[in-house]
Ligand binder design. Structure first.
Ligand code: SF4
Length: 432
């Protein structure tokens, strides 16, 4: 049977492991023979290189992050190198490394940091992948157990998931509701919807709409939320106690490994992607040059907020967005938002000031809309804690520019065959 703490280290079982075996921070850098032996004994684990085997708890913390970074970047991901992470034999070590990781991030960076968000996402992906590795009966059993442990009542009101919904971890569309209750079990589904599904293969309908998928989604997102809350509680304790130097040291190592993720995305895959670099104004397409000069007639808002803001932010921070086909947040590529605040926003605000009349003179609220298009919600200042409340808009296609802002599109030779102004810029950057 799969231990509950392998999936949910914050369960009582997980806490007991930490109380019994994980209290001594002075020994977490010591070589741990039991850990080495356990990982080496896992059949699917690649042991051809000693560096693949974690030698102590800190090593295990770093390996978790390396897994997340390498899998996400997809450049040199090798499952066998990390197979131990998916074998329940490592549960005891895994739980302790989880707490070390959260405490280090909580102590040094706090809950609103890029590091914290990465750790919460890492934990969610780890659980998802661990569940996928299980045989169906084990997967169903452990999901049920954790669900019963996390939600004690028989019926769940959707309001109990309000935190997950408001933080966008779960969408209402993922849930089947009846009278405010979230329907999870087949019996409940049949009872509530028997009239609608009686002649339409109810079991098939249930599996399609709910099945294990929704239960797993709920437990994964709840554990992610609890991980975030735990990091927050560690951070709050820091106002009354001195941060532990060992945890600060580990936090530095964590941040360094995570920064590789930024480099992967920032530098492209080396097959022709354009690197994130200061904007070269000479290489911008005619439509953007026109927008930067300011709009003298109607449509100032659309041009500055919907057209210029996404273009300049992606061209500067993540020019390979369409080629990479991976959604990122601004802080994934500009961790402290310095580039966004010091380079990108001033260019957008200057263009707004060059409009006639200057955009913010009569419509100051558009500053908030610009922040919203960068993914930071409807707020007057860019703050990491608001990131994710809205989506970082991707640049508009040439077709939409021609349709909605025809005055901007004055194609030149490079525009031939181009479908998005960002591709124009990337093409110029590659051949400059
Ligand atoms: S064709 Fe596209 S890139 Fe060229 S000016 Fe028009 S909108 Fe801009």
């Amino acid at each position: 049977m799969i231990p509950m703490s392998f999936i949910n280290p914050l369960s009582d079982e997980g806490k007991q492991i930490v109380r019994k075996d994980g209290g001594d921070l002075n020994r977490i850098f010591d070589e741990n023979d039991m850990l080495i032996e356990t990982v080496s004994s896992i059949k699917s684990q690649d042991i051809s290189d000693d560096a693949y085997i974690p030698r102590n708890y800190v090593d295990l913390v770093i390996k978790r992050i390396e897994w997340y970074v390498e899998k996400k970047s997809d450049l040199k991901y090798n499952f066998k190198k990390f197979a131990f992470l998916f074998d329940a034999k490592i549960t005891k070590f895994d739980v302790i490394s989880f707490y070390i990781l959260c405490q280090a991030v909580g102590v040094k960076f706090g809950p609103n940091s890029r590091e914290s968000r990465a750790i919460v996402e890492l934990q969610g992906q780890l659980i998802e992948n661990r569940l996928e590795e299980l045989i169906t009966s084990e997967r169903t059993e452990i999901t049920e157990q954790i669900m019963n442990n996390l939600i004690l009542q028989d019926k769940i009101k959707w309001t109990q998931l309000a935190d997950l919904i408001s933080s966008k971890k779960i969408s209402m569309q993922d849930l089947v509701l009846k009278d405010g209750n979230v329907i999870l079990d087949f019996e409940d589904y049949l009872e509530e919807f028997k009239d609608e599904v009686m002649h339409r293969q109810p079991e098939k309908m249930y599996n399609l709409l709910i099945g294990n998928r929704v239960k797993e989604l709920i437990i994964i997102k709840m554990i992610m939320q609890n991980t975030e809350n735990y990091i927050k509680s560690v951070h709050e304790q820091m106002s009354t106690v001195e941060p532990n130097p060992t945890l600060l040291k580990i936090a530095g190592e964590i941040s360094e490994v995570l920064s590789k993720e930024i480099r992967y995305y920032g530098s492209g895959s080396g097959d022709g992607d354009v690197k994130a670099s200061p904007l070269n104004v000479d290489l911008l397409p005619p439509c953007i040059k026109h927008a930067l000069d300011g709009i003298k007639s109607g449509g100032r808002n659309e041009v500055i907020v919907l057209f210029l803001t996404p273009f300049l932010s992606y061209a500067r921070l993540y020019p390979s967005v369409f080629r990479s086909n991976t959604s990122l947040k601004v802080s994934d590529v500009d961790a402290d938002l310095k580039i966004t605040k010091n380079e990108i926003l001033p260019m957008i605000h200057d263009a707004a000031d060059r409009c006639s009349p200057p955009l913010f003179d009569d419509q100051p609220q558009e500053k908030v809309n610009i922040n919203a298009k960068l993914g930071f919600g409807m707020h007057s200042e860019l703050k990491l804690q608001h990131e994710g409340e809205t989506t970082w808009y991707t640049p508009m296609s040439c077709e939409k520019v021609k349709l909605n802002m025809p005055g901007l599109c004055k194609p030149d030779e490079t525009c031939k065959g181009i479908t998005n102004p960002l591709s124009y810029y990337n093409r110029n950057m590659r051949t400059k």
